[in-house]
Design a protein around this ligand. Sequence first.
Ligand code: FAD
Ligand code: NAD
Length: 466
Amino acid sequence: MNYDVAIIGSGPGGYVAAIRCAQLGMKTAIIERYNSLGGTCLNVGCIPSKALLDSSEHYHNAATNFSEHGIELKNLKVNLAQMIKRKADVVKITSDGVAFLMKKNKIDVYTGHGSFLDSKTIEIKKDDGTVDKISAAKIIIATGSKPSFLPGITIDKKRIITSTEALKLEEIPKHLIVIGGGVIGLELGSVYARLGSKVSVVEFMDAIIPTMDRTLGKELQRSLKKLGFEFYLNHKVTGASAKGKEVTLTAENKKSEKVELKGDYCLVAVGRKPYTENLGLEKAGVKLDDRGRVEVDEYLESNIKGIYAIGDVIKGPMLAHKAEDEGVFVAEVLAGQKPHINYLTIPGVVYTWPEVASVGFTEEQLKEKGAKYKVGSFPFRASGRARASMDIDGLVKVLADEATDEILGVHMIGPRTADMIAEAMVAMEFRASAEDIGRMCHPHPTFSEALKDACLDASAKRALQI
Ligand code: FAD
Ligand code: NAD
């Protein structure tokens, strides 16, 4: 078969690219090695983790906050099997939705492992050993990423696990040791901490979520400690092994002081690496960069004309919405349009409670580039809405240009900030000043007023509520 476009990988990058290509009139094929479409995000990433985060949050609230609200419960208990089943149902419905969209948009789906035979031809090996071959004028690599491993630590997938196994445990760990205080470690650590596990996080850097504005990590650490997390920051893991049902982890800090932790599960969450295994890139002549990512230019085209790459397999943040936007971008480039992605306004969210959300420059980045900026902030404890819902942890921090008042970055930790960050994104995209947002009427009482007040604080030190 001959196509205008063939896409390898059906994650949020690949399936969105396929839909946009089809919408633009291209004859499109998508190749996915698994039967279930949707990639990491839908199957073992964003969606299942959020399903478990929601379930565990309900339980945690019922166990800890409901009585304060005047709701008495007796014999509350967790049915983990049901929680995991509900998560699987959510994944199935979502993945089936992608299959429906492929059909609706007349996109041919090939199930099997795709690899380049040359720069225009892809071979697809199916599970039953049979092989399909297709050719395409343009090819988009959207093969995503896989978990990174630590040298010397064997992931047995039973006791020493990655996020994929952590999403389907059959029991609630008594003591979950997490290597890596990044997004995965803190989100999945939260799931089990809420369900009653002791959670210990061992992080190499001096802060959790260290790449986000440092205010956020400090605040989040305080909230997670209340949930029972313990943290070993500035600790380098030196080993982890499993024996029977016990996991032993060793680490040392900068002064070479050693710690030994014993738990029943160890989640390794130290980042992800681009996935290009057995893709035949050498047959097509596609170059990788020094970190194993497909090297692309400003049009997301690789060194080989007609071969593009998007999502986790290229540079940039490993986020589903970034992959999606790049999918649309490449489709529109192929159609001769002039699309644009503003990488500065791609938000990042951590779905802990309180939620963490961020867009634009961090204060550390502004300092590093010598920018002159103003800082405004507003604590949720001063918000009537937050007090009504008993969600008073966290704050909104706004960074604005000292001279022009233009918003340069917004960093939030607090209730529903995952959704609230969209307002800051729009503001930045339209290059609003802090005063612009501060003068806009926000509904009362809402959490969103915290952004308005943080903007007023940044703009002219005149927050209104307290
Ligand atoms: P992927 O989603 O990884 O999809 C790539 C697809 O390509 C896979 O289905 C793979 O099987 C297929 N493939 C690979 N090689 C071949 C081949 N040779 N032939 C055929 N098929 C192939 N991001 C967020 O923005 N928000 C979140 O809340 C979030 N939560 C996450 C939670 C977890 C636990 C994890 C692990 C990740 C999370 N992410 C989240 C990150 C997000 O999942 C990724 O950024 C996103 O999935 C990247 O999309 P992609 O299309 O580039 O690749
Ligand atoms: P991450 O980069 O967020 O965090 C990894 C952490 O591990 C870092 O803080 C790092 O300093 C630490 N680390 C690295 N080596 C270590 C070592 N030897 N010992 C101790 N700590 C070590 O990576 P992740 O949490 O694995 O997530 C992978 C990717 O998936 C991320 O890029 C993230 O963007 C994406 N993701 C996004 C979301 C979301 O958007 N909500 C959720 C989950 C995953």
